[in-house]
Structures are given as structure tokens and as C-alpha cells.
Design a protein around this ligand. Structure first.
Ligand SMILES: Cc1cc2nc3c(=O)[nH]c(=O)nc-3n(C[C@H](O)[C@H](O)[C@H](O)COP(=O)(O)OP(=O)(O)OC[C@H]3O[C@@H](n4cnc5c(N)ncnc54)[C@H](O)[C@@H]3O)c2cc1C
Length: 387
């Protein structure tokens, strides 16, 4: 049987596991297969690159050939894996069969497409990789009225970035939720955040679900379908959808692996097949999908040790997420999603400090906006590990 470790995906998850493995083992053959061009970039940089005037080419950190040489791996770019055959330890790819001894699934996630009606729905863009960013930047040319669907982390970051990028942009953000960053911030913190972004020029349309996009003489008309009737319409030159991501589970499901929201793995990142592991945006680790940089780095470090023959469970420290909105500094250390508790918020003119306390009154999460972000380090040090 081949001794090769095959990694599907050259994003943060796939490349970090290869890099961590190389710290431990130089000799083991590793093949990275990627549907994209295999170049390495920092995905979080996509939502604050416009104001920095960066093109997609300028965001590329390591070109594919250099990356492969650095890591001592074979990088098969522009190669899509079409099927996993676990019993045969074999992949079917667009460029022929590829055997493996151990397989790592690091296939990321797909942007969720809203079921929009209307002849303009096909023109709605989303940005989840460097090629999407290149297309988005190109599509912005000559446009001024921009609509963003989704007031979550990525929607708010793009809104702030567009306003910071050019005075010509008018930015409107739509979300069915009553507040921005609805999954991350408690109410007072969200209200403070909203005010600051509005002061910078973002126009929020909250409690507003867009359900139809129509072509209107080169522009797009967005229909707000509240209460089943189109109560309002809005006009935009370009619509960006940022309504969330759905883990890429199709290959795993077709191969018969256990799949929930993501590809189900235990704390050693092993799937229901012991020779197949998963990490990153495609993985559901002990019931949790954590599509952020810090958990992915932790997963990659643990998995590299396991692949090198030292089974290791992933451990998550406190994992604060910095929201990249210069109009309002914000840091969130979300509590574990399945733990009950209550937010306690303290607001003053300069910001809001919110602690999430569990039933025993222990702080297990926090959200800081405005001047309160200065407490990030001190509070992070007090947070318990997640897993
Ligand atoms: C705009 C934006 C801003 C963000 N900002 C932050 C932030 O500030 N902080 C933070 O912590 N997180 C942030 N995130 C989240 C973070 O960037 C992601 O969690 C992380 O980059 C995901 O890495 P990944 O390797 O799991 O997936 P990806 O980077 O999506 O990589 C998936 C790889 O799999 C390949 N692939 C998929 N299917 C196949 C197939 N069938 N065959 C071959 N190859 C395949 C793809 O080509 C790609 O190479 C942000 C995300 C976005 C979109």
C-alpha cells in the first residue's frame, strides 16, 4: 500500500497541517491536491483589502511552486477530487486515480446561496477565495450603489472596507435579524457597533429579508419580502451576498463517511473511517464547526502529530475573533454554542464590555466594542479552554 499522505485542499487548513507535519517528519511523501491554483494567501485579508488598495495578485503570499518546495510536498493544482473510495484507499481526480495511506479532508466551505427569485439573482456575488475577490474587485469598476446581504462578520467587514476604500461608494446592508453581528454580540454592544458603522456611512436595513433581485436597466432592484408582501424595493449597482458558509461535505457523504453539519470527526480529527481525517471549515469537531483561523491552527497542530504516529487530541484555548471594522473596534470571544448562560453588559460613552456568564456565574465568553477592546488580553487570559 502507498505510504503517501494525501491532503485535499490548499487553504489554511490543508497547508498548515502540511507545514506542521514537516516540522516533525521530513521524509513521508505528502501530496496536496487542490481545485484552485494552489497559491497561498490569507483569507481574512479578503475583507479589508479594498481600502488597502490591494489587488488579488498583491494578496498572494506564496506562489504554488515556491509553496511546494518550502513544504517538500507534491502540489497538484487545478485538480478536483471527484470521488473517495475508502475501501481501496484511492481518490478519483480530474487528472486520474491517486492512492493514499492516510487522507486529510481540508476542503473548506461553500458560500450559502439564498433562494432568491428574480432575473437578477444570478448577478449576486460572494467572496470566499482569491479568485472571487478578483472578480468582485473587477465588478466594482464604475459602480457606486452597493448592497450587501448579511450583517454578520463578513458583511460588516466588507461594508466598512468599501466605505474606507472610496467616497464614491454608498453601502447598504440588509439582514432579517434585528441587529448587526447577531450571532456574536449581545444587544447593547450591537447597538453601539451599529451606531459607529452608521456614523461612518453604512446604511443598515435590519429585520429586512431580501427575497428577490430583478434586473432593472443595468441596475438591480432588491425586493424586501416582509410579511409575504413586497413592502419596499431598493436599488443597487452590485449585490454582494455574505449570509454564511456551508461546510463542503459532499465528497465525504458520497464516500459513506459520517456527516452532520460538517464532516464528523473526533478530537483526534479522525472521521468515521480511521484513515481519513478532516479539519478546517469542512469539519465538525465533536459537534462544532469553527470556521476561524485560531481553531484551524490548533486542529492542524494536533493532526500533524497524529499523522506522524502520535495520536493527539485538539485543545482549544480562548479564541477571540477580531472584527476588522476600523469604524468600530470589536473583539468577540464567543462562549461555546451549547452552554447556557447570560450576557452582562456595561456600557459607557466609549464602548461596551460584555461578559457571558454560565449558570455558576463564571465568565466563559466576552464581547468588547469601542474603547473596551483594550481589555482583550486581560479577559482572554481568564477564559477557560473550550475542549
Ligand atoms: C472574507 C473572509 C474573512 C474572514 N476573516 C476572518 C478573520 O478575520 N478571522 C478569522 O479567524 N477567520 C476569518 N475568516 C475565516 C477563515 O478565513 C477560514 O475559516 C479559513 O481560511 C478556512 O480555511 P480552510 O482551509 O478550511 O478552507 P479554504 O481556505 O476554503 O480551502 C479549501 C481548499 O479546498 C480545495 N477544494 C475544495 N474542494 C475540493 C475538491 N473536491 N478537490 C480538490 N480541492 C478542493 C479548495 O480549492 C481550497 O484550496 C474569514 C473568511 C472569509 C471568507
Amino acid at each position: 500500500m502507498s505510504e503517501t499522505i494525501v491532503i485535499i485542499g490548499s487553504g489554511l487548513a490543508g497547508i498548515t497541517v502540511a507545514r506542521e507535519l514537516r516540522r516533525i517528519e521530513r521524509e513521508r511523501p505528502v501530496v496536496v491536491v487542490s481545485a484552485d491554483d494552489g497559491g497561498f494567501y490569507s483569507k481574512p485579508g479578503l475583507s479589508n483589502a479594498l481600502a488597502a488598495g490591494k489587488s488579488a495578485a498583491q494578496l498572494l503570499l506564496t506562489p504554488p511552486a515556491q509553496l511546494a518546495a518550502q513544504l517538500g510536498v507534491e502540489l497538484r493544482a487545478h485538480t478536483r477530487v471527484e470521488r473517495i473510495l475508502p475501501a481501496e484507499h484511492l481518490l478519483q481526480t480530474g487528472a486520474g486515480p491517486l492512492p493514499y495511506r492516510k487522507l486529510v479532508l481540508a476542503m473548506g466551505a461553500h458560500p450559502i446561496r439564498l433562494p432568491l427569485r428574480g432575473d437578477g439573482a444570478g448577478r449576486v456575488l460572494s467572496v470566499n477565495n482569491l479568485a472571487d475577490y478578483a472578480a468582485f474587485r473587477c465588478a466594482l469598476d464604475g459602480k457606486s450603489r452597493l448592497a450587501i446581504l448579511g450583517a454578520g462578520l463578513i458583511g460588516c467587514e466588507f461594508a466598512n472596507d468599501l466605505l474606507a476604500a472610496g467616497a464614491e461608494f454608498e453601502v447598504e446592508v440588509f439582514d432579517p435579524a434585528p441587529q448587526p453581528l447577531g450571532r456574536l454580540l449581545p444587544p447593547k454592544a450591537a447597538a453601539f457597533f451599529r451606531e459607529r458603522l452608521e456614523a461612518a456611512g453604512v446604511r443598515f436595513h435590519l429585520a429586512t429579508g431580501i427575497d428577490e433581485v430583478r434586473e432593472d436597466g443595468g441596475r438591480l432592484r432588491l425586493m424586501d419580502g416582509r410579511a409575504g408582501a413586497h413592502t419596499a424595493t431598493h436599488t443597487a449597482d452590485l449585490v454582494l451576498s455574505a449570509v454564511g458558509l456551508s461546510p463542503a461535505v459532499e465528497l465525504a457523504r458520497a464516500a459513506g463517511l459520517a456527516v452532520g453539519r460538517g464532516i464528523r470527526v473526533d478530537r483526534t480529527l479522525a472521521s468515521s473511517d480511521p484513515d481519513i481525517h478532516a479539519l478546517g471549515d469542512c469539519a465538525e469537531v465533536e459537534g462544532r464547526v469553527l470556521p476561524f483561523v485560531v481553531p484551524i491552527m490548533q486542529q492542524a497542530r494536533a493532526l500533524a502529530k497524529t499523522l506522524a504516529g502520535n495520536p493527539t487530541e485538539v485543545v482549544y484555548p480562548a479564541m477571540p475573533v477580531v472584527v476588522k471594522t476600523p469604524a468600530c473596534a470589536a473583539v468577540v470571544c464567543p462562549p461555546p454554542p451549547d452552554v447556557h448562560g447570560v450576557w452582562r453588559e456595561q456600557a459607557d460613552a466609549g464602548g461596551v464590555r460584555a461578559l457571558f456568564e454560565d449558570a455558576a456565574g463564571t465568565a466563559i465568553g466576552f464581547a468588547l466594542v469601542g474603547g473596551a477592546v483594550r481589555e482583550k488580553q486581560a479577559l482572554s487570559a481568564k477564559m477557560p479552554a473550550w475542549l
